[in-house]
Design a protein. Structure first.
Length: 136
């Protein structure tokens, strides 16, 4: 069985690249710098569904994504979460938060309407993020 990204994640994100375990996606919402890590393991919905080896690898990749987020966007805080209430395919959110962002200090989920990146801004951001992931 080959890995397939959930159609809702595919519709709401832009691919950045791949780490050893996870695909790295950028949520297409210019209001918040937001990565989504999706382990390429079929049929998992919880972190505890992963093997110990994959769990450790995912934690390392969360650390890498957090480091990239800090360098890329210089946020005041980085939020990390794996909710899966709507999209059950295991995925981890790594979100840069600013005291000035429209949802601060509350959660970003369900806050307002998504604002897609303009094409040129998405391309530039993905290029910078991919370079940071490659060097991390």
């Amino acid at each position: 069985m080959t890995f397939q990204l959930d159609s809702r994640l595919e519709a709401d994100t832009i691919p950045v690249g791949d780490l050893a375990l996870s695909s790295v996606l950028l949520l297409n919402d210019a209001r918040f710098p937001w990565f989504v890590l999706v382990p390429r393991v079929e049929g998992v919905s919880e972190i505890t569904d992963l093997s110990e080896e994959h769990s450790a690898q995912l934690m390392q990749e969360i650390r890498i994504a957090t480091k990239v987020m800090l360098e890329l966007s210089k946020p005041d805080k980085v939020n990390v979460g794996a909710l899966g209430n709507i999209v059950t395919q295991l995925h981890v959110h790594v979100i840069g938060r600013f005291r000035s962002d429209p949802a601060w200090p509350g959660p970003v989920w369900g806050f307002g309407a998504r604002t897609p990146y303009p094409d040129h801004a998405a391309s530039s951001l993905i290029e910078r993020a991919a370079a940071l992931f490659a060097s991390a």
